[in-house]
Design a protein around this ligand. Structure first.
Ligand code: CA
Length: 216
């Protein structure tokens, strides 16, 4: 397990790297936005600071997602929900708000790694969710999803017809200690519906959650 820490502030990255290493996670480190893409090779997870000296972390995230689906956890000191929502929409897998505890971060990194391992292929009607390859097709068409959209759809596709509560979706897709607003979930559902191009496929169960329409 190797983490790439993208952070320019020594008072943050020095204890962070030491702490991750203590938790059994190998780390590499860069401080500049322009160094990130070249440093991705062999990396299992990226911890990305949003305020870098030579650019915005969100732009770096956009660049990463053009070539890689490596899990990305964004770290923000701003405490601004907007940054977090944009980050998640751009395909970040999770976020932490500074100051965060290294132990908590290590737990989140492991949770992401667990979710990515050994998950079976799932299928429902024209929709095919291949968890091993992290690919989604509708009929013959491949559907491009962000990492989080994929995770959300994969949970719903486990049991077509079953209602998944909002809380369960938060817990399964984001984090057991997720404290975001409902808006993030709704944003992801909305964008999934648009990309899957079938408004009936994901159904809202008012006041409860969502379910994947089961083919009759
Ligand atoms: Ca910074």
């Amino acid at each position: 397990m190797k983490a790439l820490v993208v952070e320019d502030d020594p008072s943050v990255f020095e204890p962070l790297i030491a702490g991750l290493e203590r938790n059994g996670i190998d780390t590499s480190h860069v401080a500049y936005a322009t160094q990130v893409l070249a440093a991705l090779r062999g990396v299992d997870v990226v911890l990305l600071d949003l305020g870098l000296p030579d650019g915005e972390g969100l732009d770096v995230l956009r660049e990463i997602r053009q070539t890689s689906d490596v899990p990305v956890i964004i770290a923000t000191a701003r405490g601004e929900e907007t940054d977090r929502i944009i980050g998640l929409e751009l395909g970040a897998d999770d976020y932490v708000v500074k100051p965060f505890s290294v132990r908590e971060l290590a737990a989140r990194i492991r949770a992401i790694a667990r979710r990515r391992r050994n998950e079976p292929q799932l299928q429902s009607s024209a929709l095919n969710v291949d968890r091993n390859r992290r690919r989604v097709t509708m009929g013959d068409q491949e559907v491009e999803l962000t990492a989080k959209e994929f995770d959300l759809l994969a949970v719903l596709a486990e049991e077509p017809g079953r209602v998944f509560t909002r809380q369960e979706l938060f817990t399964r897709v984001w984090d057991p200690v997720w404290v975001g607003t409902g808006k993030t979930l709704d944003v992801h559902i909305g964008s999934l519906r648009k990309k899957l191009d079938d408004p009936e496929l994901i159904q809202t169960v008012r006041g409860v959650g969502y379910r994947l329409n089961s083919p009759e």
